[in-house]
Design a binder for this molecule. Structure first.
Ligand code: NAI
Ligand code: MG
Length: 803
């Protein structure tokens, strides 16, 4: 036993174990066997599996593997409860969310202990971070329930949400899922991860205690099979998933074409960028929080340190010194920094990836102390001399392993930071605010933390760019995932000119199409080509497609675009990404200029519409006039889709900034060949995206007639590219294209399903109409905020501020 002066001299910690007694008693009250929480009642335990304490490797309790019938019952219970829950009104729901927040706070310590027992995370983290954030999430969303009528006018709940969460933040992810869903009037069926079901089951008890109406929250337990059944269930209107990118991809495919709303929070390989003027002591503590928080089992873990050359050696030295002092061990010990890895399978995955790192020539370092052996522990690990393409620099390890690389210039830092398929988060460390705010918008990530890391709050949106998924959780931006527009009277069918078969296949080159009747005096043909990179280019195929007029006569021809043309168009759109950096004012100016030039040719365009569609002269003019108005609308919006400053309760301002998605593929509506084309292509353009557009397949000449208008309107080359040809075929190529960042599609239900399915490759965001059509001529439906929302993604930049 050391004397007190000795302890002061060494500053060594003694163990400070948290009592597990109340948690053990709670488990015992349940006989350590759990059924599920469905329709406000507990089911009897079914087929059981163990849930284990990773700190000891010993089982804690047994939980039920839900059957297909259980999933059915849970969905039915949620469905039955939904109208009443929504009918309760905003204030009624707010009272319930508030009650849940209070129940979480009253039981905070029990929840923390159960969480640490079941997950292996240090009690300090569950007690001081996870559980307080859970309560905060319910409080914050109680507020959104209260304000929904005023703040989300014209919106209603999606219905029943199926929610699937991972094991790394069991109760926190539950809160991120349940709070926004029920605040906005949905009911939920939530499935925790099979390794960590216990706090979700304890939360179910709190729902009863807090008087939540039966069926609003349903908890079913089980493994991936249960998750898959929930995803496939026809009674579910929305799937919210957090977990691995591989499973996210499966879910994208499984929900394609079903009309289910989907949000995915997936993996990451987040950069932690250190400039040479950064405060290195803060940086070292930042690294501790970035990669050793929750044993590195964090989707947004700062797992790639990018250090500027001048400070790399010093940082490495300081970091190693700090790693020697980290305390790893019993998660229930209040003095422990690093707890246990979730399960042997995860431990083995970490070991395997570290082996790969060494084999590939990186230098591995671990502190001199050794880990306890009676649980699933892995020491903090640092890799240096890592090549940017090395496995350990590219693959999400999901463990306490960080790689360090160096860069010379800020430009190189950005390039390295973005050298990943992910885009969840980034930290930027520098004392130079100009530099920090120069880097933040250049990093492709949903959250950027300046001189801080792993900051979360209910008021701030969290979610990914690229293969880290789509959708946001938290903040106003997170609410959109759980609402839909109240259907307007008379909508749900295409516009008043809706026609039957419009498939391009009828006029496909070489297909057996009826021979067009050639008029006696053929019109002078302008043989439009494709519009790629600001130039008219001949289609790679060398073929053209006939376009028929209203009387079945040959009205003209357009290029038969193919896969190669699409590739070129996407490349041109990428090359034009400077458009995103153009000022919003300039983008507005260009759109006004297009309107001006279109107005000058009003008669010509209207005659073209009449000739192709057989509509009246008045209708032709109306479409051109509406198109000009739409151009004005998006020119107006270009500099008015503002971000927000979120009030997160820490010393910083959190800037929620809408950013363009990148290259957006737009499959324009068949009807309204001019108005539809512009309505679909303008919102992404106005928001700074570049576009590859497929015009109406039946009447593409309105789009090809626009080439000259575009040429004379100062639209930079490559910002809008237009490819004519077999629409569904070309749409499929775009949907599968890895360099397309998002895709919009107006067409058939089958086409919509194909786009959603093919998008799974790079997990691009999609927005499709499932064949429902839009009344483009109605401004409230054919333009406005929802188009802008779909054309942007929110980046939250956390900037230190105040004392
Ligand atoms: P996972 O993605 O398989 O599990 C996440 C959740 O999805 C669990 O509730 C699981 O039961 C469920 N699930 C599994 N297969 C499903 C399916 N086909 N359909 C519907 N739901 C399904 O992740 P897992 O296996 O636990 O961990 C594997 C790796 O995934 C980790 O090593 C880590 O790299 C990554 N991961 C990333 C997370 C993140 O937050 N980004 C969270 C958990 C894991
Ligand atoms: Mg467990």
């Amino acid at each position: 036993m050391a004397s007190i002066p000795e302890i002061f001299a060494s500053m060594a910690y003694g163990p400070a174990p948290e009592s597990t007694k109340p948690a053990e008693e709670w488990l015992d009250r349940h006989g350590r066997r759990f059924g599920m929480f469905i329709g406000g009642a507990w089911t009897l335990p079914g087929e059981l599996f163990d849930t284990v304490n990773p700190g000891t490797g010993q089982p804690l309790a047994r939980v039920t593997q839900a059957s297909g019938a259980d999933v059915d019952r849970a969905v039915a219970a949620a469905r039955a409860a939904q109208p009443g829950w929504w009918g309760l009104g905003g204030h009624g729901r707010a009272r319930h969310l508030y009650a849940l927040a209070r129940a979480v706070q009253r039981n905070a310590r029990l929840l923390s202990v159960v969480e640490s027992l079941d997950n292996g995370k240090p009690i300090r983290e569950s007690r001081d971070i996870d559980i307080p954030l859970v309560a905060r999430h319910f409080y914050h969303h109680a507020g959104w329930a209260q304000l929904m009528d005023r703040e989300l006018p014209g919106m209603e709940p999606v219905g029943v949400a199926g929610q699937i969460i991972p094991w790394n933040f069991p109760l926190l992810m539950l809160a991120w899922k349940i709070a926004p869903a029920i605040a906005t009037g949905n009911t939920v069926v939530l499935k925790p991860a099979e390794f960590t079901s216990l706090t979700a089951l304890l939360f179910a008890e709190l729902c009863v205690e807090a008087g939540l109406p039966a069926g609003v929250v349903n908890i079913i337990t089980g493994d991936g099979r249960t998750g898959a059944a929930l995803v496939a269930h026809p009674g579910v209107d929305k799937i919210a998933f957090t977990g691995s990118t591989d499973v996210g991809r499966l879910i994208r495919v499984a929900t394609a074409g079903t009309g289910k709303k989907l949000s995915l929070e997936l993996g990451g390989k987040s950069p932690f960028i250190v400039f040479d003027d950064a405060d290195l002591d803060s940086v070292v503590e930042g690294v501790v929080d970035a990669i050793w928080f929750n044993q590195g089992q964090v989707c947004c873990a700062g797992s790639r340190i990018l250090a500027q050359e001048g400070i790399t050696a010093r940082l490495e030295e300081k970091l190693k010194a700090r790693m020697e002092t980290l305390r790893l061990g019993d998660p229930l010990d209040k003095a422990v920094d690093i707890g246990a890895i979730i399960a042997p399978v995860q431990l083995e995955k970490i070991r395997e990836l570290v082996r790969r790192g060494e084999e590939e020539g990186a230098r591995m370092w671990q502190p001199s102390w050794s880990c306890p052996t009676d649980g699933y522990f892995y020491p903090p690990t640092l890799f240096t001399e890592v090549a940017p393409a090395a496995t350990v620099a590219q693959v999400e390890i999901f463990g306490p392993v960080v790689v360090m690389m160096s860069f010379r210039t800020p430009a190189e830092a950005v390039e390295l930071a973005n050298n990943t398929r992910y885009g969840l988060a980034a930290s930027v460390w520098t004392e130079n605010i100009n530099l920090a705010l120069d880097i933040a918008p250049k990093v492709k990530a949903g959250s950027v933390w300046i001189n801080c890391t792993n900051m979360f709050d209910a008021a701030s949106g969290f979610g990914g760019y690229r293969e880290s998924g789509f959708g946001r959780e938290g903040g106003r931006e997170g609410l959109w995932e759980y609402v839909k527009e109240v259907p307007r009277r008379g909508s749900g069918e295409a516009g008043k000119y809706a026609s039957k078969a419009t498939a391009m296949s009828r006029t496909k080159a070489g297909a057996a199409s009826p021979l067009p009747r050639v008029p006696a005096s053929p019109p002078i043909d302008r043989t439009p080509k494709l519009y790629i990179g600001g130039a008219q280019v001949r289609p790679d195929s060398g073929y053209s497609l006939p376009v028929l007029g209203a009387a079945g006569e040959l009205a003209g021809e357009v290029g038969h675009g193919n896969r190669k043309d699409i590739r070129n168009a996407v490349e041109a759109a990428h090359a034009a990404r400077g458009w995103a950096r153009a000022t919003a004012h300039l983008r507005a100016q260009v759109l006004y200029y297009i309107a001006e030039n279109l107005a000058a040719r009003r008669d010509e365009f209207s005659a073209r519409i009449v000739g192709l569609t057989g509509r009246s002269k008045k209708q032709g003019q109306e479409e051109v006039d509406l198109s000009i108005e739409r151009l004005f609308s998006y020119a107006a919006w270009a500099d008015k889709w503002d971000g927000r400053v979120h009030h997160t309760p820490v010393r910083n301002v959190t800037l929620a900034m809408p950013e363009p998605l990148g290259v957006v593929a737009v499959v324009c509506p068949e009807e309204w060949p001019l108005l539809g084309f512009l309505s679909a292509a303008l919102p992404p353009l106005a928001m700074g995206n570049t576009v590859v557009a497929l015009p109406s397949g039946r009447w593409p000449l309105l789009a090809t007639d626009l080439y000259q208008v575009l040429d004379t309107s100062d639209l930079p080359k490559g910002v809008l590219n237009i490819v004519t040809g077999p629409r569904e075929e070309l749409a499929a190529v775009l949907a599968a294209h890895d360099d397309v960042d998002a895709m919009w599609y107006w067409g058939t239900a089958e086409g919509s399903a194909a786009v959603e399915k093919l998008s799974a490759g790079n997990l691009k965001q999609t927005w499709v109409d499932h064949g429902r059509g839009v009344r483009w001529e109605v401004a409230a439906e054919g333009e406005g905020e929802r188009y802008l929302r779909h054309a942007t993604q929110v980046k939250n930049v956390w900037v230190p501020y105040g004392e």
